[in-house]
Write a protein that binds this ligand. Sequence first.
Ligand code: 6MZ
Length: 347
Amino acid sequence: MDNEADAFYRELPKVELHAHLNGSVSFQTIEKLISRKPHLNIEHGMTAIGKGQLRTLDECFQVFKVIHQLVDTEEDILMVATDVIKEFAADGVKYLELRSTPREEENTGLTKKRYVETVIKAIQQCKSEEVDIDVRFLVAIDRRNGTEVAMETVKLAEEFMLSTDGLVVGLDLSGDPKVGHGKDLLPALQRAKNCGLKLSLHLSEIPSQLEESDLLLNLPPDRIGHGTFLHPEVGGSQSLVDKMVQNNIPLELCLTSNVKGQTVSCYSKHHFKYWYQMGHPSVICTDDKGVFSTDLSQEYQLAASTFGLSREAVWKLSQQAIDYIFAPDTVKQQLKQKWIDIQPQMF
Ligand code: 6MZ
């Protein structure tokens, strides 16, 4: 990790709503995976972007490919998911929505169904060990894989939503934003929505996706990942902003990820400022804490120091995130109580 956040931010109870499983793998877990698979000859440190380092988004996607080589059995997925959940818990995250793209691997016999089952098993194991975190799962569609796979993924998510007693709560649309077009995925996304899966869509992560964003906002989705280029000051449009506002769609904002991936030129120019000043629901998230060498405490501290937020404002930001989780109201009430219980120790 680049730095450790100050005690206030580490002790702050937090909600993490945008975390890709394989992007969240820590250096320590990567080391364990490398020692399991020495034949791959993967260099230590190759899967993380350190302090002051920048990559293009294309290079970030190359990093995911390397991690996928290292995580290709049920055993790997179980270890990775368990480690990631415990690391978020150790960072003060009380509620986590993990997302991941089910993969099949011919070499190891891994199927998409077993992939999801294994992530669920990790969540259940952490629960039985009484790790202090409530974890839910979003099944991810990789936009690179096209219409048919998207529909298959929705069906898989639907099946698990019904069989896991509320652990699978929704669907994520992610993957390289330069590849594919949202219009081809509309039938799958519409089906997901109709069957009760919540939708979190990566939208306008790069410029020139205005038409796609406009189309997908009509669904409307339940939350947006990044939304970097939605507003007019960065080449977006007022009508996109209006759709966000009319439907009150929360944004999942990932400062380090966007700066290290170079879609945002520096922290002070991050679109957090635009939406936060408008009072629009915005949630601070990590995206890929392993790849971008960060954690959620650091992201809150970064937002506070960049935009001059008081401790009270930071507290409010973490507390309001509860309203935007995909789990039902009973879970929201439990979390709100947790925040009330912790508050006197913080101020
Ligand atoms: C879009 C991203 C992403 O699914 O194998 N992913 N998609 N934009 C980003 N911004 C940097 N970061 C991660 O985790 C890795 C996958 O998550 C998506 C990509 O599809 C990547 O392959 P899982 O657990």
